[in-house]
Design a binder for this molecule. Structure first.
Ligand code: 5CA
Length: 439
């Protein structure tokens, strides 16, 4: 993509009302624009990051055996009346009346609707177990939207829902999602620590929050530093193997981790002093095993193998997809701007033509741009007639992992400069070697 044809409204100064670094950087780097309190338009660069995060979430959900679908944002209030949650949910729910006087709402979550849909499409115990998910916008009329996309009113969520015949099955589904979450966040370059949590209005008895460490985080956390040394992507845990899932649970449970609300001084005192870590964190995911709560409310029963009626048990599993954009920036930035981990970067390379008015420079940059494209490398090409200094500042701000700089002086010696955004390391090499390296 050529910057001369892009829409990237970057600014030097952050808006006065942005409190935390990710919010400031998202606005300055032209990722989002606020359109109403807690509601954001995703500009081209931000939209690409959102899509990358979504793709990682989707890939790991699919690998874990969850099946993708899509439910609407607008729901009939009847789904919620049937489960008894319509009156219980409170003022966070945005309620809408259509022209016929029917009650609708902008969905804050989907347990009620999905259980009804699933019930209507299943006939026997053979239809279970299943995990269904979608990636869809939600609305919660938060009393105090804050920190940009981190606590918005409209936000993108991955929410999955499992149905099993018994508690043992539910536990398998729950642990399958737990493993998927550990892998998903690590793929994004994040260390998200699973912490036992309250189940709150979702209900049930088993729940974990996934917390990314960040100074600006809303929750205070206590955890065992052993969590920092684990590589879930390289681990041998298999989604399909029950023993592996139980071993995973044992491993996770053997290390202390808790938010302020769940903190247990006695258990904490048993953690070796050297391994104790305290900090603040951002909740990027939350999983719940709620059992028969929604099935019971909807009288959802299936004939079992011996003809007896079985009430399916379930769980729900959320990831804050749009919140993750902010969380990743909180975890990965410096004074000059964002530092995208490669898997979620909007483009892999920023190609900078230092002198758009110099024919040789432009010819060399155009040539590299073409070759990068042919090699399937995602590149944002700053081909504008701007000062070199301004181009560098923009590239550092938007944080693409690699910068490839074409200038007249280097070209005379047959070299271009390749800079690593994270380490700041620069290297001069021939255009061909640079291309090879990026490949
Ligand atoms: N039904 C369950 C699981 S699908 C549920 O809604 N869980 S939740 O309330 O914890 O939300 C799931 C995730 O969505 C949270 O972990 C958080 O990352 C994200 N989230 C929740 N509220 C907001 C918000 N106001 N802005 C941005 N992200 C949010």
């Amino acid at each position: 993509m050529r910057l001369s044809r892009y829409f990237l409204p970057v600014t030097k100064e952050p808006p006065a009302d942005a409190e935390i670094v990710s919010h400031k950087l998202m606005l300055r780097a032209g990722l989002v624009r606020q359109t109403s309190s807690g509601i954001y338009a995703w500009l081209p660069l931000g939209h690409r990051v959102l899509r990358k995060i979504e793709a990682i979430v989707r890939e790991e959900q699919d690998r874990a055996g969850a099946v993708e679908m899509l439910m609407p944002t607008i729901q009939s209030a009847d789904y919620w009346r049937d489960t008894g949650r319509y009156d219980a949910y409170g003022p966070e729910m945005l309620r809408i009346e259509d022209r016929q006087g029917r009650d609708l709402l902008y969905g804050p979550t989907n347990e009620d609707m999905l259980t009804a849909i699933f019930k209507s499409g299943t006939n026997s115990y053979r239809d279970l177990p299943r995990i269904l998910y979608h990636i869809q916008w939600k609305f919660r009329d938060e009393i105090r939207p804050r920190f940009g996309v981190m606590r918005g009113r409209e936000f993108l969520m991955k929410d999955a829902y499992s149905f099993d015949l018994d508690e043992a099955g539910l536990r398998r589904s729950y642990l399958t999602q737990l493993l998927a979450y550990l892998r998903t966040f690590q793929t994004m370059g994040l260390r998200a620590i699973p912490m036992r949590a309250d189940t709150g209005p979702i209900g049930g008895n088993l729940s974990h929050e996934f917390i990314v460490l960040a100074k600006s985080g809303e929750s205070r956390v206590f955890y065992d530093s052993d969590f920092e040394n684990l590589d879930w992507n390289e681990s041998d845990f298999q989604y399909s193997n029950e023993d592996d899932l139980e071993a995973l649970y044992l491993q996770v449970n053997s290390m202390y981790a808790a938010t302020d609300e769940m903190h247990d001084e006695t258990a904490w005192s048993a953690v070796p002093e050297m391994r104790k870590r305290e900090g603040r964190g951002i909740e990027v995911g939350h999983i719940f095993a709620f059992g028969d709560k929604y099935s019971k409310a909807l009288d959802f029963k299936l004939p079992g193998p011996d003809g007896e009626m079985i009430t399916p048990v379930g769980g729900s599993y959320g990831i804050g997809v749009s919140r993750l954009v902010g969380a990743i920036i909180e975890a990965s930035h410096d004074d000059d701007g964002i530092i995208w981990p490669e898997p979620v970067a909007p483009y892999k390379v920023g190609l900078i033509n230092m002198r758009a008015d110099d024919e040789d420079c432009t010819a060399a940059a155009d040539d590299l741009y073409g070759k990068l494209g042919e090699a399937g490398i995602e590149v944002l090409y700053d081909d504008r007639a701007e000062r070199g200094g301004a181009k560098f500042a923009t590239m550092d701000l938007i944080g693409l992992p690699w910068q490839l700089v074409i200038g007249p002086r280097g070209l005379k010696n047959g070299v271009v400069e390749l800079k690593n955004r994270a380490t700041g390391e620069r290297e001069e090499l021939s255009p061909e070697s640079a291309l090879e390296r990026l490949r």
